[in-house]
Design a protein around this ligand. Structure first.
Ligand code: NAP
Length: 248
């Protein structure tokens, strides 16, 4: 049976590296994106160019109607989902907590908490033996920020990843006897575009040398951890966290 993976936010950064690696490992891949269609299509072209199967589907993961359409498209065009990578996430300009307003908090919770919850729910309805499914694996992309708190930068973002950690644990226990494993990676400082959203595109170059390993990480290094947790090599791992943060 072909493995079928949905990578949310698969058009850029960690998600794109994960989608490409999954394609190389033989997964049929759905590359979800919110706005950057050209980037998503480039990832699909890379996977197809290497002989794999991939589609790109636009959907905002924080909107339940769009999530339902996203998963239905996977059902129809790729087949029964066996793996979900809850990767889509965002942050906003570096600020102290007292500067954060209601609208910003709502946007961060929607993208980083509601999105992974909605996608995990849609995946469980397809994978769980309780619902007649064949099982599967979910990997949530949390962050070292959940442990570090991101003071003076984005405590809201860190807190949203703390919620992802709690969801990873709770859902893992809910579905442990239903054929589904749920784990998370907690990347540290990774070279992607996300830091520009915080107002500091060069953040990895500034902070990287201060890390124990003396450098930031590459998206491909995170993708390897995600693919490990999805794979049969991690068959007895659920509710666990893989820190990919250069020793921090
Ligand atoms: P990125 O380069 O900014 O890419 C973000 C991806 O998420 C894009 O594909 C974007 O699509 C998509 N996206 C954002 N909001 C979405 C939504 N509501 N619905 C659907 N797609 C959405 O970010 P990244 O650095 O690769 O981050 C990926 C994940 O890793 C995030 O969860 C992030 O919090 C986490 N992480 C990153 C780092 C790091 O240092 N880079 C460290 C720890 C954790 P569009 O471009 O189409 O909008």
């Amino acid at each position: 049976m072909a493995e079928i993976v949905l990578v949310t936010g698969g058009s850029r950064g960690i998600g794109a590296a994960t989608a490409r690696l999954a394609g190389q490992r033989g997964y049929r891949v759905c590359v979800n994106y919110r706005s950057d269609e050209a980037a998503a299509l480039a990832v699909v072209a890379d996977i197809r160019g290497a002989g794999g199967t991939a589609i790109a589907v636009r959907a905002d993961v924080s909107r339940s109607a769009e999530v339902e359409r996203l998963f239905r498209t996977v059902d129809e065009q790729l087949g029964t989902l066996t793996a979900l990578v809850n990767n889509a996430g965002t942050l906003e300009r570096q600020a102290r907590l007292e500067e954060l307003d209601e609208d910003r908090l709502a946007r961060i919770w929607a993208a980083n908490i509601t999105g992974p919850f909605l996608c995990a729910g849609a995946a469980v309805r397809r994978m769980s033996t309780r619902h007649g499914g064949q099982g599967g694996a979910i990997v949530n992309v949390s962050s070292a920020a959940a442990r570090l708190g991101s003071p003076n930068e984005y405590v809201d973002y860190a807190a949203s990843k703390g919620a992802v950690d709690s969801m990873t644990l709770g859902l893992a226990l809910e579905v442990a006897a239903e054929g589904i494993r749920v784990n998370a990676v907690r990347p540290g400082l990774i070279h992607t575009d996300i830091h520009a959203l915080g107002g500091e595109p060069g953040r990895v170059d500034r902070v990287g040398p201060q890390l124990p390993m003396g450098r930031g990480g590459r998206p491909e290094e995170v993708a390897e951890g995600i693919l490990f947790l999805l794979s049969p090599a991690a068959s007895y791992a659920t509710g666990t966290f893989l820190d990919l943060a250069g020793g921090r």
